[in-house]
Design a protein around this ligand. Sequence first.
Ligand code: SF4
Ligand code: SF4
Length: 382
Amino acid sequence: MTKQELLEIALCCNRCGTCRGVVQDEIPDVAFATQCPSGMTLFGAYEPSGLMYMARGIAQGDLKWSDDLAKVLYSCTVCGYCDDFCQRGYRHVPAITILEELRSMIPARLKPKSMRKAADSLSIPKNQKLGVLKSFGVFDVTGNKKAHTIVFGDNTLLTNTPKLKEIGFILQKSGKKVGCLISEPLPPVSAALVNGGCRKELENAMAEIDARLAKHGIKQVLVYNPESLSVLQRFSNSTVEFVSIISLYARMLKTGKAKKIKLGPVTYQDPCHLGRYAKEYAAPREIIKKLGLELKEMWRRGHDSLCCGAGGGVLADNPALAKRYAGNRWYEAKATGAKVMITACPYCNANLRQAKPKDIRIMDITSLVAQAYGYSGKEASK
Ligand code: SF4
Ligand code: SF4
């Protein structure tokens, strides 16, 4: 994008400021009145309209990159609320495009350390554990093997044996023939590349993914990590269907063969990359219902949900700030009276966990589904 193009889209924002807050007339608690994680915590320039104004300044040359500008830019979780909200009929500002463009323009010396190393997120660890899935009947798609559906070895799964066991167990219960590129995994793309402004690396990785999916005749890819799901959906040029693995759980639970889970009332955190980016709001709620759980929704939910604070690389770069953002979400979760917060994203889980109040639990939806099908944690040794 040229600076003129950036200026033209940044000028779409008239700094009305409405995307900093919520749209409803009645607010149950003044603490719920604002919506942008960085704006509600740090104010002013950190609000969406401040960031859009910053884009104008950079495009026009009135602002020069500095440590202070970098600090503002990397406090944004790229949660997508301002983009989603504005596209609903205000000024149609493509805020995510603007924020991602700024992240690709910022000089490398001003990027936080984690962002400078974002391209490393494509490395496959030597001790990757995807082979665990074979114990549950998931077959290795190597050589010239064909597969209709595979599970994607994302960067939160590659060395996560307990989660791979849970997923393998659920896939086995589904009765669906599922493969995985186990011995030669696909590049584990995630939002880290977008956050770090690694456009060339992302383009190359996606070209390799598209080519290898075509070679194996793959039509559907099940994805656990919402940050990988949204990147695959946005940047693939193939006709392959990329779906959240929880949509499979929701379909399985319709048959009613799982047992009910005994827990107190629960609430659900919509992960930004599953909700606002991938538009999957229904499946987690269907799962919670089928598990026999009482759902106490937070006031800000669905496309108006409040980000947990992990995204945009904030958790990786500035965990203390991410923890402050998470505190805002817990305040609202506690107001529901729920005893358990359910998440469908490993980053939401990690960030919310670091600010978790003592008297409420946090659980991953995959673990709950595995339990409902009788997973005891020992099955992989068979
Ligand atoms: S992004 Fe849209 S809603 Fe937000 S301040 Fe700009 S014009 Fe207003
Ligand atoms: S993407 Fe989210 S954190 Fe960033 S400015 Fe918009 S609302 Fe705020």
